[in-house]
Design a protein around this ligand. Structure first.
Ligand code: PGA
Length: 257
């Protein structure tokens, strides 16, 4: 994959099957994009009907998590093969809510990324510091640790298929987004970790190809500020992705920046 624009909606635990269908019908009809890959990640139970409602390839489906095993006795888990059957092509991995409430660790994030890659699903890896870490100048080390853990023993041809979302934990769902200087600086640091820092994870060629998104209270008012940062290729959006008009407007902002 090479660098391109992304707009990814993370619906979290919102919207029923019926509401998902309604949204997608309405949204797809009005969406007019050519440069931006638009992805919506509804709940697991909505994926199957969502895949049937969508008429074109303009809206792609994402999952919010994936089991690290391919099948077997893992009560409550959803495998990559099951997701593929629902036409899922992207999967959010390591979201801070999963790290915070469901015991997700750098090691399990790494296993889930590998499960995505085995199925040809593009992982959307979330990294980001807590407010405590930012206030104690620990942002760099947190991001570096999360990246090193997530990409452990993942070959470069596979790493290219990953997207990294910088989501400062303190900005998620709080209405207090990072400013463009903060987002741009950490996105740059992520690219440096991938490509030029010694020891870099992948070197320049691959590191320059991996798409980096910003997430955390992104909305129609601040979107273009983030999209104008050199290392930011798109947005991962929670709250504002739940409204057809806002998400359409965000897609059109992505197209025009
Ligand atoms: P938010 O969520 O846009 O509601 O802050 C972003 C996310 O959690 O991915």
């Amino acid at each position: 994959m090479s660098r391109q624009k992304y707009l990814i909606g993370n619906w979290k635990m919102n919207n029923t099957i019926a509401k998902t269908e309604q949204f997608l019908l309405n949204f797809e009809k009005q969406l007019n994009t050519s440069k931006t890959t638009v992805v919506i990640a509804p709940s697991f139970v909505s994926l199957s009907s969502a895949s049937k409602v969508l008429k074109s390839d303009r809206v792609k489906l994402g999952a919010q998590n994936i089991a690290w095993e391919d099948s077997g006795a893992f009560t409550g888990e959803i495998s990559g093969e099951m997701l593929k059957e629902c036409k899922v092509t992207f999967c959010i991995v390591g979201h801070s809510e999963r790290r915070q409430y469901f015991g997700e660790s750098d090691e399990t994030v790494n296993k889930r990324i590998k499960a995505c890659l085995r199925q040809g699903i593009n992982p959307v890896l979330c990294v980001g510091e807590t407010l405590y870490e930012r206030q104690h100048n620990m942002t760099n080390q947190t991001i570096k640790r999360q990246l090193q853990g997530a990409f452990d023993s993942i070959a470069s041809q596979q790493a290219e298929k990953c997207i990294v979302a910088y989501e400062p934990v303190w900005a998620i769902g709080t209405g207090m987004s990072a400013n463009e200087a903060q987002a741009g600086q950490v996105a740059g640091q992520i690219r440096d970790c991938l490509s030029v820092l010694y020891p870099s994870l992948y070197g320049q060629e691959i590191g320059q190809k991996i798409c980096i998104l910003y997430g955390g209270s992104a909305n129609t008012k601040n979107a273009s500020l983030f999209l104008n940062c050199a290392d930011i290729d798109g947005l991962l959006v929670g709250g504002a992705s739940l409204f057809v008009d806002d998400f359409l407007q965000l897609a059109h902002i992505c197209e025009s920046v």
